[in-house]
Write a protein that binds this ligand. Structure first.
Ligand SMILES: O=C(O)CCC(=O)C(=O)O
Length: 278
């Protein structure tokens, strides 16, 4: 006997419209969970409305689509002959403080290459458009993937460290903060409920992890704060903080804390679940 779930017409319409807008079943189920629906009940309803066998739905939600990084394990990982030390590990979100990821020469070279190309850093609005935003007051620039031999070396090191192909990420972003500048608490994953989600994830899919690499040591302030964890990572030249997430993960909230003295330079790599190709 086939068991039919009673589905309100508005909910049926919403499931259809959300799926047509390009959201996968994982997004649908997450949004329904946020609205208070029980997972098993949501699966039955999505299965019935979208005519997807329930078994396929269960398998697809058990494992997120796309590729996920490997979290480096303490005490160290050797990549390309270089030893990267794992000095802090957090389970949720998976977070690592990585020491010795970049050499002093690499940090200095990245800063010099970026300087002539700096512009006011932007954020992505809910429609997927880049915008000037008072919550992000730094200056920045992006290198294209593989743009220079130095960029290729760093991308290869990150690919080996996280077991993610070098093309599963956005080009390296360099940011410079002057005293008083900061990046207020935010998430790096894209919200599937926002209208720009489909456009921003069309290339590369969802972001799955961030690597913030410190290119200098500010004289005071400028760490990376994780308010949900009560954790501040100190910005030390050559070290980095890596953290992974799924969309909706509230524990990955983080901020570039205000620089109080001196300046701060970082290189950020956002890893994506699929190749990030134009
Ligand atoms: O400046 C930092 O420490 C964090 C930067 C950041 O959160 C970002 O670029 O998404």
């Amino acid at each position: 006997m086939k068991l039919h779930t009673k589905i309100r017409p508005e909910l049926r319409e919403w499931i259809l419209a959300t799926a047509r807008a390009g959201h996968g079943v994982n997004d649908l189920l997450r949004l329904m969970k946020e609205a208070g629906y029980d997972l098993a009940q949501s699966r039955r309803m999505v299965s019935e409305v979208l005519k997807i066998p329930i078994a396929a739905l269960t398998a697809s939600t058990a494992k997120p689509s796309g590729r996920r990084p490997r979290h480096p394990e303490a005490p160290w990982v050797t990549v390309g002959g270089q030893t990267v030390r794992v000095s802090v590990s957090v389970d949720a979100p998976p977070l690592r403080v990585l020491e010795g990821l970049l050499s002093a020469q690499e940090c200095a070279a990245l800063i010099e290459l970026a300087k002539p190309r700096l512009q006011r850093a932007l954020t992505v609005d809910s429609h997927g458009q880049h915008q000037v935003d008072e919550t992000r007051t730094s200056q920045g620039m992006f290198f294209a993937l593989g743009e220079l031999p130095l960029i290729q070396v760093i991308e290869k090191r990150l690919a080996d460290l996280f077991d993610m192909p070098a093309d599963h990420g956005e080009g390296l972003q360099i940011l410079n903060y002057q005293p008083g500048q900061e990046y207020e608490p935010h998430f790096d994953w894209f919200d599937p409920a926002q209208p720009g989600y489909t456009a921003i994830t069309a290339k590369g899919g969802q972001r799955v992890a961030s690597v913030v690499m410190y290119l200098n040591t500010p004289e005071e302030g400028g760490g990376t704060g994780f308010p949900a964890l009560g954790l501040t990572v100190t910005a030390w030249r050559g070290s980095a903080v890596y953290f992974a997430y799924e969309s909706g993960d509230q524990s990955s909230l983080h901020a570039g804390l205000p620089v109080l003295r001196g300046e701060k330079w970082i290189a950020t790599k956002w890893l994506r679940e699929r190749p990030f190709r134009t």
